[in-house]
Ligand binder design. Structure first.
Ligand SMILES: Cc1cc2nc3c(=O)[nH]c(=O)nc-3n(C[C@H](O)[C@H](O)[C@H](O)COP(=O)(O)OP(=O)(O)OC[C@H]3O[C@@H](n4cnc5c(N)ncnc54)[C@H](O)[C@@H]3O)c2cc1C
Length: 295
């Protein structure tokens, strides 16, 4: 097995172009497990750890450009203000050791339907873009189009993820995850939710309850419609229980889960409806407080 260790991003792209089957390694928290279990015997490993810009993030005030290798621990410590949903999701990943090494770039590279960053990224809005770089140039892939199937993403063989562009939150965001215990656990199912008062929309993301992470589109449209038609963005009135209930049902209906060792399809659907109702209620309560204190 060849071990490629580029010192710069351009060298990494050249190496990936020359060795399209080389397996990139960032934090290694997925790659090393899969190699130990013989899931992968790649012809070459492409170690991205010398490329410091992958571990940097920047913000222009409206968008955070999150380097692919920024570890979860730093997302929690440095980005819980602009990216609250992703920071909450990062809190639930593995253990401190995994959060010190694991990254959103690696989560996207693995594209597991159970990856915890995906529901938060989907909920953060349709403007979330994955930067896929190659020697041919840069492709900005909308997050909705990134996931193609179970552990399959839309990266071409010569492409690497450089960063993810995520809009700075303009309203409350939440993330909820159910596991078979409280820590170090792969999601039985998960749900991300975000209010986007600036453009009057809401965002959702379902994890571990379909072949890919996905939005609950009908639920987003239903709730966005109710908030606009009833003037609730402006008034901050309480949502009626029928709205919360209907939202939960629509989220449940958007999933297509399976029975597996972690849970049954029926349990996952039920749990999604509960998480959807809870996260909506938490976010709406926070939103009401925000507009009351601004008044
Ligand atoms: C004990 C344990 C607990 C875990 N718990 C959780 C959990 O609770 N939630 C969760 O979501 N995950 C969990 N994971 C999985 C893993 O930690 C995450 O998926 C993490 O985000 C992977 O990031 P990484 O940087 O370590 O990726 P790596 O292992 O380095 O790579 C993962 C994949 O992404 C590819 N890749 C990496 N960087 C790039 C890049 N820049 N461009 C293109 N492809 C790239 C790799 O080739 C590989 O296919 C756990 C893993 C372990 C071992």
């Amino acid at each position: 097995m060849e071990f490629l260790r580029p010192a710069t991003w351009d060298e990494a792209l050249a190496a990936k172009a020359e060795h399209p089957t080389a397996l990139p390694i960032s934090g290694g928290t997925d790659v090393m497990v899969e190699m130990n279990f013989d899931v992968h015997r790649p012809s070459a490993i492409l170690d991205l750890n010398r490329i410091t810009e992958l571990t940097e993030w920047s913000s222009d005030g409206s968008t955070v450009r999150l380097g692919a290798a920024v570890p979860y621990a730093r997302i929690i410590g440095e980005l819980s203000g602009p990216l609250p949903g992703l920071a909450l999701a990062a809190h639930t990943v593995g253990s401190p050791q995994i959060r010190n090494r694991g990254s959103v770039g690696g989560n996207l590279g693995a594209a597991s339907p159970a990856g915890d960053s995906h529901p938060a990224l989907l909920a953060a809005g349709r403007d979330v873009l994955v930067e896929a770089h190659s020697v041919r140039g840069v492709r900005l892939v909308p997050i909705d189009e990134f996931y193609l199937g179970v552990k399959r993403n839309s990266l071409a063989p010569d492409e690497l993820i450089r960063a993810v562009r995520i809009p700075v939150a303009d309203g409350p965001q939440q993330f909820s995850k159910i596991g078979t215990r409280n820590a170090m656990v792969i999601a039985v199912c998960a749900f991300g939710f975000a209010l986007h008062p600036k453009d009057g929309t809401v965002g959702t993301g379902i994890g571990s309850a379909a072949p890919t992470p996905r939005r609950a589109v009908e639920a987003e449209e239903y709730l966005g419609g109710v908030l606009a038609e009833r003037g609730l963005w402006e008034s901050g009135e309480l949502l009626g229980p029928e709205v919360v209930q209907r939202f939960g049902e629509l989220v449940k209906g958007a999933a297509s889960p399976i029975d597996d060792v972690r849970g049954t399809a029926d349990y996952r659907r039920h749990a999604l409806a509960v998480m959807a109702r809870r996260t909506l209620t938490w976010c709406w309560n926070d939103y009401r407080k925000q507009i009351r204190s601004a008044a």
